[in-house]
Ligand binder design. Structure first.
Ligand code: NAD
Length: 299
């Protein structure tokens, strides 16, 4: 395809991802609306551009890592949008976590403008982005895969092709609905165990090797002790902030509505995290939801 990589959105995730592309020898031009973030990326070897349109002018690939669907669609199609500014046939890869419908709309607009497009949301957080250990969930036509994989490889440990346009976002929203619900289930079980006189260690030793086993328990354990690396051991400093979990479950609720899916627990979990993220959990890891369960329990 030729040309360098344009990287739009150099925030918590975008900055380390762009740095890993630079480290792998890519010619990376970047843009972010926040001048300080653009300057910091520049110090790391990203060539700073004055606008998104300027960043994509000489690019063969455009990667976006923006907060939400509105930002991606505005960046693609809005005034000074990158679809109009890029040269024909540019490969657009959106790595943001956005609504499935927005992802499909973004890809359709890219194709209509003579480009090629993939959605590739990630799992692994800032730690994974920094260590180049992200998992990418890709929605794209089969023939784009080799090129998409080549671009994403320096930033990730795994690239999973999930299907056509939007399928990456679909996989992400389903996975995070499992995660959100299972963290609440694990937290409720620990609080019940406490009230039944069961030690955290005993419940962990049983459930982690029995049918209650899941990532929320064995990697992100909501009580301190059994899993030393889990956020519970550092006063729930994120990790994966409850506000981000609330955002992702909001996308799940939209997808459930759009598809008429009769889910009960996903929407319920979405409501619990939304309330938690607006209150005590604002800057805490999502596993701190266990504290909200304790607080609501009878004295
Ligand atoms: P962030 O807010 O730190 O970064 C987003 C950046 O986009 C900001 O710096 C913002 O200034 C910039 N931006 C917004 N609109 C722009 C525009 N039109 N042009 C240029 N720059 C623009 O967010 P983040 O934590 O890096 O997350 C990015 C995406 O990745 C989100 O969709 C998030 O849900 C997803 N994600 C985050 C994590 C995580 O742990 N942080 C994990 C997985 C997925």
């Amino acid at each position: 395809n030729g040309g360098g990589v344009a990287f739009i959105g150099l925030g918590n995730m975008g900055a380390p991802m762009a740095a890993n592309l630079v480290a792998a020898g890519h010619d990376v031009t970047g843009f972010d609306l926040v001048p300080e973030l653009l300057a910091r990326a520049g110090e790391g070897g990203v060539r700073p551009a004055g606008s998104a349109a300027e960043a994509v002018a000489g690019a063969g690939t455009v990667i976006t890592m923006l907060p939400g669907g509105r930002h991606v669609l505005d960046c693609y199609r809005g005034e000074g949008g990158v679809l109009a500014a890029a040269r024909p046939g540019t490969l657009f890869i959106d790595c943001s976590t956005i609504d499935v419908a927005d992802a499909r709309a973004a890809a359709e607009a890219a194709v209509a403008a003579g480009h090629r497009a993939a959605d590739a949301p990630v799992s692994g957080g800032v730690v994974g982005a920094t260590a180049a250990k992200l998992t990418f969930m890709v929605g794209a036509e089969e023939e784009l895969l080799p090129e998409v994989e080549r671009v994403l490889a320096p930033m990730g440990a795994r690239v999973v092709h999930c299907g056509a346009s939007g399928a990456g976002q679909a996989a992400k929203v389903c996975n995070n609905m499992i995660l959100g619900v299972s963290m609440i289930a694990v937290s409720e079980a620990f609080v019940l165990g406490e009230r039944l006189g069961l030690s955290h260690r005993a419940l962990f030793d049983v459930a982690s090797t029995a049918s209650g086993q899941c990532w929320a328990l064995t990697a992100n354990c909501p009580v301190p002790g059994p899993v030393p690396a889990s956020p519970a051991n550092r006063d729930y400093a994120p990790g994966f902030a409850s506000a981000l979990m609330a955002k992702d479950l909001g996308l799940a609720v939209e997808a459930l509505k759009a598809t008429g899916t009769a889910a009960e627990l996903g929407p319920h979990a979405a409501g619990l995290y939304a309330a938690f993220a607006e209150g005590a959990g604002a800057d805490r890891d999502f596993s701190a939801i266990i504290n909200a369960i304790r607080e609501r329990s009878e004295a």
